[in-house]
Ligand binder design. Structure first.
Ligand code: HEC
Length: 499
């Protein structure tokens, strides 16, 4: 309402955030949170298994260093860029929600920033001093200790952010008493952390496993040892990840579970949810299979065999993130703000007076016969554009054509009736926020979109129009009117008194 709407009409705004965020989670979980302890453990094994006259097993150490190089390059480039990218994308697509979150979690985010900077410093130290630390046993042991510190700091950054993610799913007591502590200790927090921690370890382990088959040669002792160690890591974390998944699943409220089938498969494939579910479980089981195979038969493991489970593990993490983002709908912050960025408590006002009146960036505060389509467009931007495009991904024309038949001319009144009730049948959508006039304008606009194939430009291309009711001229006029009214009534009382 108070921010101009950024809009990507072909890609869908949600998609922009999702792409960047999922890539970031891949890197954060698979190459930092889980990967650093995995690497540090391998580095430590180099020392503990070396001959007594050596500081470390140099061949082994060189292999682990190469693996860390991959982690280092990716986390400090793509990882850092996508981290900033999340901020950029959420603050332009969803400014109202991020500005609420930052007020609740101000100190958490501030701490996160300090921890993150420490993490960056530690990763630089850890990677760049690796070779030098091989000179004495003392410095090698210190180096390994840095690895464990780095592991802890990487985990803490995740532990802070997970609280915010789970807060958005269920703020718990915070909805009745707004405080950081209530927000932080929300009911989904610990269960989600219980799931993410071992899952990060597992995904990183499978990725490391893949790297061992790249950085060692077939039929060598070092390959056999590295594969076996990775297999042990994977086998240890897999059951914990599964247990975490169960704990997490059990705290999800029923409304979220009801959204699962659409979250996993979209509406079109929701009826295949059961099949998809078993497919995902089957795919993830390949991780367990390659773990067992690597443990009992490390000599036979080849790159191609690990590649598939590795892709499945990352794929699973991606699906998990999409599902998490989806199931909290129709809210962006449960019980407090809907995904269209309107606050729950403001709804009665909007339904009475309409949303157009209160939107700061809007050319049509009052609907007339001549501006109906333009007003409908403004309603669409405010009420639907966070999730629907006009003609792109999840387009509004497309979803109505799916219901009424492709190419069949839309009937405005059916669209209005559906939209008025959409939150009942499709619980992932917020209730239509405006009044009946706005509903009719929206329907006229959707019909216009179908007829003309028109698309919508976001504020980033089109610029903004300030609501004439909220322009500075209107405010000056309002103040002048009020002053005049006050002066008139004072004059009246004066003349009454003098009589
Ligand atoms: C919170 C995000 C969100 C908002 C806001 C939203 N929608 Fe949706 N809508 C969805 C999703 C997700 C789907 C399902 C898409 C799929 O899986 O195919 C959907 C589906 C639909 C469908 C198809 C329903 C069916 O049963 O096939 C219609 C029609 C629709 N939306 C209209 C609207 C209108 C009109 C608005 C604005 C007043 C709106 N939506 C606002 C997310 C949203």
């Amino acid at each position: 309402m108070n921010f101009p709407m950024f809009h990507l009409d072909w890609l869908n705004d949600r998609f922009l955030i999702a792409m960047i965020a999922i890539l970031h989670v891949f890197i954060n979980h698979g190459l930092a949170v889980g990967f650093i302890p995995y690497i540090t453990r391998l580095e430590q094994q180099g020392v503990s298994r070396s001959a007594s006259n050596q500081i470390t097993d140099l061949e082994w150490d060189a292999m682990v260093h190469k693996m860390m190089k991959v982690g280092f390059i990716i986390t400090t480039t793509l990882g850092a860029m996508t981290g900033v990218g999340i901020w950029l994308s959420v603050s332009i697509v969803s400014p109202a929600s991020i500005s609420s979150l930052i007020r609740v979690f101000y100190w958490a985010w501030f701490t996160e920033w300090l921890v993150f900077v420490t993490e960056v410093v530690l990763i630089l130290i850890y990677f760049l001093t690796w070779k030098n630390s091989n000179k004495t046993l003392k410095s090698k042991l210190l180096h390994i200790r840095f690895g464990w510190f780095l592991s802890i700091f990487s985990w803490i950054t995740m532990a802070i952010i997970v609280s915010i993610l789970s807060f958005m799913m269920d703020p718990g007591n915070w909805n009745t008493h707004h405080s950081l502590l209530n927000g932080y200790t929300n009911p989904i927090y610990l269960p989600q952390l219980c799931f993410r921690t071992p899952t990060a370890m597992l995904v990183a382990g499978v990725f490391g496993y893949l790297l061992t088959t790249i950085f060692t040669k077939k039929n060598t002792l070092i390959r056999e040892r590295a594969v076996k160690q990775s297999a042990i890591w994977v086998l240890c974390w897999a059951p914990l990840s599964l247990a975490g998944a169960i704990v997490y699943y059990r705290v999800l409220p029923q409304a979220m579970l009801d959204n699962l089938s659409t979250a996993v498969g979209t509406l079109q494939f929701a009826q295949y949810y059961e099949t998809l579910k078993y497919f995902i479980i089957g795919a993830i089981s390949t991780v367990l299979v390659i773990g067992l195979f690597g443990y009992f038969n490390p000599k036979k493991v080849r790159l191609g065999m690990v590649l598939i489970p590795c892709l499945f593990a990352f794929g699973f993490l991606g699906i998990f993130e999409r599902v998490r983002e989806f199931i909290r709908k129709p809210y962006v912050i449960a019980g407090y703000m809907y995904s269209n960025l309107l606050r729950v408590e403001d709804y009665p006002l909007y339904k009475r007076d309409g949303i157009l009146k209160y939107a700061t960036y809007n050319s049509t505060p009052v609907i007339t016969e001549t501006n109906k389509v333009e007003a409908g467009r403004n309603v669409f931007i405010l009420a639907c554009s966070r999730c629907h495009t006009t003609q792109g991904i999840n387009s509004i024309v497309g979803v109505f054509e799916n219901m009424y038949g492709a190419g069949k001319p839309f009937d405005e009144s059916s669209i209005a009736v559906f939209t008025k009730n959409m939150h009942n049948g499709r619980t992932f959508m917020p209730e239509f926020p405006g009044n009946d006039k706005e509903l009719a304008a929206l329907a006229a606009y959707i019909k216009h979109l179908q007829q003309t194939g028109d698309v919508i430009e976001g504020a980033q291309n089109e610029g903004v129009t300030i609501n004439p009711l909220q322009s500075s001229d209107a405010v000056v006029q309002l103040m002048a009117d009020q002053e005049k009214a006050a002066a008139d009534s004072a004059a009246k009382t004066n003349s009454a008194a003098s009589k």
